[in-house]
Design a protein around this ligand. Structure first.
Ligand code: PLP
Length: 427
C-alpha cells in the first residue's frame, strides 16, 4: 500500500516542478519521499500518514517557539478578523520597527519586506546606491537568497570575478560579484587592496547556516569590519538565519561587530512571510521615498505577518530565553557526540545559540572545503534512520539544524537515544 506521503508527492509532481516549492524539500540529496506535513504542535510535526516526528528543522529556523505557539496563534487570529492587507501603513509596522531598532543597536531605521531574499536583494541595491559602486563581495558557501547577483560561484582564479551558479543568471550580473573564502581574512585584505575603491559592499552570514554550520573566527569578522570602514564599503550582516536565533542581539551582538546594514527574515516573522533590512540612518535615508534607491512591496509590512512577528519577538525577550535555548541545543550536540564516540563513529557537532551543525567528520569543519570533505553518505543513512525513528533533521548534509524553546529535555534525550541505537549498528 502506498503511503499518503507518496500519493501526495506523486500528485504534486504533476503540477509543481519536482513536487516542491523550494528545492531542498524534495529530499534529492538524501533520497526517498519527502514528508508532507499536516500539523505541528510545539517541537513535534505530523506527516500526512499521521506519523509524528521531533522537528529539528523548524521551517528552517522561524519556529523558535515551536509550532502553533498559543500566543502567536492568538495574535494572528486577532489580526485576521480585521482584514488581511491594506497596502497602506498600519500601527503594527511602527511597533515592530521600533522594537527591531531597540533590540538591534546597529539599526537606526528599518524597512519591512516579505522574505529574506527580498531583504538581502534590497540591502545590496541600497549599498550600491549609497556608495555609487558596483562590486559586491560574498563568500563561498554562504546563501543570501535567490536574487541574480547572489547566485554566483567563484571565478576561475583567486580574486577574479564570479560566474553564475544558476542557469538564467546573466554573466554580466555575476561579474559584479566576487566570491571569496569564508574565514580567510588574508584573501579579503587582498581583494580590498586590489579593488577597494570599487567595492560597494561585503555581505556575509556572520555564522554560516547554509553550508551546514560554520562558526566565524573573530579575526575574520574583525578584518571585515576594519576593511569596510577603511575603504568606505558597506558591511552587510545577513542575519536572516542568525537573527534572534543565536541570541537576542543576533550574531552581531554575540561577536561584538556593528554592521552598516543588517537583514532579517525567518524568526522575525514567527512563521509568516516577513523580512526586514535596516541599519545606519544616513544609508537608510537613501531609500525611496526619501532617497533615489527604489524599493517597494504590495504586501510589505503585512498586518498578519507583523502580528506573528511581534508576538514572537515579545516571547523571546523572556529572561534566560537564550540561555535555556543554547543549553538545550548544546545538550543535543554533546549527547550525539558522546554516543558516536562510544561506538567509534567519526562524528562531531556544535551549536551557536539555538542553531547547530552535525558532521560525519572527526572534528567540526571551519571552512567550505572541510564541509565538503565530510562523509555525506553516512549523513544520508543517519538521516533516514532518524526519520524512521521519528526524528526529523534537515534533509541535506549541508544545512544547519534548529532547536526550539518547546523542545523538552526528554525530547532531546529521546533523539540522542535513537542516534545511539543507530551508531551501535555501524560497528
Ligand atoms: C533563508 C536565508 C535567506 C533567504 O530567505 P528567504 O526567506 O528564504 O527568501 C537569506 N539569507 C540567509 C542567511 C538565509 O538563511
Amino acid at each position: 500500500m502506498t503511503s499518503r506521503n507518496q500519493q501526495l508527492f506523486e500528485r504534486a509532481q504533476r503540477h509543481i516542478p519536482g513536487g516542491v516549492n523550494s528545492p531542498v524539500r524534495a529530499f534529492r540529496s538524501v533520497g526517498g519521499t519527502p514528508c508532507f506535513f499536516q500539523k505541528g504542535i510545539g517541537p513535534k510535526v505530523q506527516d500526512a500518514d499521521g506519523k509524528w516526528y521531533t522537528d529539528y528543522v523548524g521551517s528552517w529556523g522561524p519556529m523558535i517557539l515551536g509550532h502553533a505557539h498559543p500566543d502567536v496563534i492568538a495574535a494572528v487570529q486577532a489580526a485576521v478578523v480585521d482584514g488581511l492587507s491594506f497596502g497602506a501603513p498600519t500601527e503594527k509596522e511602527v511597533d515592530i520597527a521600533d522594537l527591531l531598532c531597540e533590540l538591534v543597536p546597529s539599526m537606526d531605521m528599518v524597512r519591512l519586506v516579505s522574505s529574506g531574499t527580498e531583504a538581502t536583494m534590497s540591502a545590496i541595491r541600497l549599498a550600491r546606491g549609497y556608495t555609487g559602486r558596483d562590486i559586491l563581495i560574498k563568500f563561498e558557501g554562504c546563501y543570501h537568497g535567490h536574487s541574480d547577483g547572489l547566485l554566483v560561484k567563484a571565478g576561475s582564479g583567486l580574486l577574479t570575478f564570479g560566474n553564475p551558479s544558476s542557469s538564467g543568471v546573466p554573466a554580466g550580473v555575476a561579474e559584479n560579484t566576487m566570491v571569496l573564502t569564508y574565514n580567510d581574512p588574508q584573501e579579503l585584505a587582498e581583494a580590498f587592496a586590489k579593488h577597494g575603491d570599487k567595492i560597494a559592499a561585503v555581505i556575509v552570514e556572520p555564522v554560516v547556516g547554509n553550508m551546514n554550520l560554520i562558526a566565524p573566527t573573530q579575526a575574520f569578522l574583525n578584518a571585515m569590519r576594519e576593511l569596510c570602514t577603511k575603504n568606505g564599503s558597506v558591511l552587510i550582516f545577513d542575519e536572516v538565519m542568525t537573527g534572534f536565533r543565536v541570541g537576542l542581539k543576533s550574531a552581531q551582538g554575540l561577536f561584538g561587530i556593528t554592521p552598516d546594514l543588517s537583514t532579517f527574515g525567518k524568526v522575525v516573522g514567527g512563521g509568516m512571510p516577513l523580512g526586514a533590512f535596516g541599519g545606519k540612518r544616513e544609508i537608510m535615508e537613501q531609500i525611496a521615498p526619501l532617497g533615489p534607491v527604489y524599493q517597494a512591496g504590495t504586501l510589505s509590512g503585512n498586518p498578519i505577518a507583523t502580528a506573528a512577528g511581534l508576538a514572537t519577538l515579545k516571547l523571546i525577550q523572556a529572561p534566560d530565553f537564550y540561555e535555556n535555548l543554547t543549553a538545550k541545543t548544546k545538550a543535543l550536540c554533546d549527547g550525539l557526540v558522546a554516543a558516536a564516540k562510544k561506538h567509534g563513529v567519526a562524528f562531531s557537532a556544535q551549536n551557536i545559540g539555538g542553531m547547530f551543525g552535525l558532521y560525519f567528520a572527526e572534528k567540526c569543519p571551519g571552512t567550505y572545503d572541510e564541509v565538503l570533505a565530510c562523509d555525506k553518505e553516512a549523513f544520508n543513512r543517519f538521516f533516514h534512520a532518524m526519520l524512521d525513528a521519528g526524528h526529523y533533521f534537515a534533509p541535506s548534509a549541508f544545512e544547519a539544524g534548529f532547536v526550539s524553546a518547546a523542545h523538552s529535555d526528554a525530547d532531546i534525550a529521546a533523539t540522542i537515544a535513537a542516534a545511539d541505537a543507530w551508531f551501535a549498528t555501524l560497528k
